[in-house]
Design a protein around this ligand. Structure first.
Ligand code: FAD
Length: 424
């Protein structure tokens, strides 16, 4: 793709920095509002066209899926890549009791809590959807090295010296966003000192669409149900142990997961590569400035336990695109702070309580001292009984797979028919 080298007129209505899933989804939404988009991605086109599996199995909420459908991303996913999540169960320490969460629809058939889709498939779907829009231009190997926010235009300079300008620049360049820094926007950073090791396992027994979250002492294990008797095993350990877990032979890794899950899924075998993610939560101090906005992980980088990063990215795309469309059709300036502040307020309201709640709960559930252990036992007991409290706990512990108003903490008819199944 040849980039226009222009310092005269604007190169597009919106410049989006980063062609990850958030940048690509926003490009689709903005193009649908009748605005032209120039995406700038530092990586190669080959990497974008054939993203490598990265071990992330993304749990999508009902709203997340709706936004993906509206933007045409969902339609690019093969059904074989989408696994329904029917129920979530939470175990604490060595306690034999457990919490169960499932959804039932009023009078209707049981509906999944959510869906699991590999991240690299989401990336491919987002690229295909963006490419189907004539209003979206994509430039790869285009790393943004400088940003200047002027009164009428925002200007970016690429590492190779080319310059572009637009009434609005949106940064979608991930949680350690350089562009956010260039815009003078700070962020709260919470380093959990822990890392996630993720890898697929194949298992003997059916998982029945159930996700397990086991807060064992020392480390925690989540098992996410995938298609064809496979699960994604997510082990969270102190970061100094991460290299050790990564280096385990496949047989040893599978044996440890089998043991920690209490043999519920029968014999296990490791499938494919293991991946490692240091856990750092990031929340930008502001999501907008004149001629500038943040989206995706650049705005809110969540701890993955509540499965919100990409879902929040989609919610932000929905709100920002709606505000830009309204401004555009009313002939208002799309880069004006007044346009972007409505997005900022709504996205902050939607994300901040969950960001703070997730961080607090993660800290509690990884604290090995006696008092925190007692508190977490109490928290889980309350989660079962006190409705407003149960909402927060359910959200945080079961990877928040539905919007609050849709969810009901109850055994689904599906579950009642089958009986308790895998109790410890
Ligand atoms: C283990 C794990 C499990 C997860 N599970 C879930 C889940 O179940 N549910 C959920 O909703 N979310 C989940 N997430 C979060 C989700 O993966 C992220 O929120 C999402 O991928 C972020 O997308 P993004 O587009 O904001 O950022 P990225 O995917 O990081 O994309 C950023 C892009 O910007 C480009 N870039 C960076 N700097 C520049 C520059 N200067 N110039 C040009 N381009 C640049 C990069 O090359 C990259 O392509 C999980 C995350 C992890 C780590």
């Amino acid at each position: 793709m040849v980039l226009p080298d222009s310092s005269r007129g604007a190169d597009a209505d919106v410049l989006i920095i980063g062609a990850g899933p958030a940048g690509l989804a926003l490009a689709c939404a903005v193009a649908d509002a009748g605005l032209s988009v120039q995406l700038l991605e530092q990586g190669s086109l080959a990497a974008l066209e054939a993203p490598a599996p990265d071990g992330r199995e993304i749990a999508l909420t009902q709203r997340g899926r709706r936004v993906m459908q509206a933007l045409g991303l969902w339609q690019h996913l093969s059904p074989a890549e989408v696994a329904p999540l029917c129920e979530a169960r939470v175990l604490d320490g060595n306690s034999p009791s457990l919490l169960r969460f499932a959804v039932q629809e009023d009078g209707g058939p049981p509906s999944p809590l959510g869906w699991l889709v590999p991240n690299h498939r989401i990336r491919s779907a987002a690229l295909a959807a963006a490419r189907s829009r004539p209003g979206v231009q994509l430039a790869c190997e285009a790393r943004v090295a400088a940003l200047a926010l002027g009164p009428d235009r925002a200007r970016v300079t690429l590492a190779d010296g080319r310059r572009l300008s637009a009434p609005l620049v949106v940064a979608a360049d991930s949680r350690l966003s350089q562009t956010r820094r260039m815009a003078g926007i700070g962020a709260s950073v919470h380093d959990f000192g822990r890392s996630m090791i993720v890898g697929r396992v194949a298992h003997e027994q059916p998982h029945d669409g159930i996700a397990w979250e086991c807060f064992r002492y020392g480390n925690s294990l989540a098992l996410l149900p995938l298609n064809e008797r496979q699960a994604s095993a997510i082990v969270t350990v102190s970061s100094d142990l991460a290299a050790q877990w990564l280096a385990l032979p496949d047989e040893e890794f599978a044996a440890r997961i089998e043991l920690q899950s209490g043999g519920r899924l029968g014999a296990m075998r490791a499938v494919g590569a293991r991946h490692h993610y240091p856990l750092v939560g990031v929340y930008a101090h502001r999501f907008a400035a004149p001629r500038f906005a943040l989206i995706g992980d650049a705005a809110v980088g969540m701890h993955p336990v509540t499965a919100h990063g990409w879902n929040f990215g989609l919610y932000g795309v929905e709100v920002l695109a709606r505000e830009l469309a309204a401004a555009h059709s009313a002939g208002r300036d799309i880069g004006a702070l007044s346009t972007l502040q409505a997005f900022e307020h709504e996205h902050r309201r939607a994300t901040l309580p969950m960001y703070l709640g997730t961080n607090a709960l993660v800290s509690l559930f990884t604290d090995e001292r006696a008092l925190p252990k007692l508190v977490r036992r109490t928290v889980l007991a309350l989660a079962g009984r006190v409705p407003p409290f149960s909402g927060l706990i359910r959200s945080a512990l079961t990877r928040q797979l539905t919007e609050a108003r849709d969810a009901a903490r109850t055994l689904s008819p599906w579950h009642r028919r089958r009986g308790p199944g895998f109790g410890p």
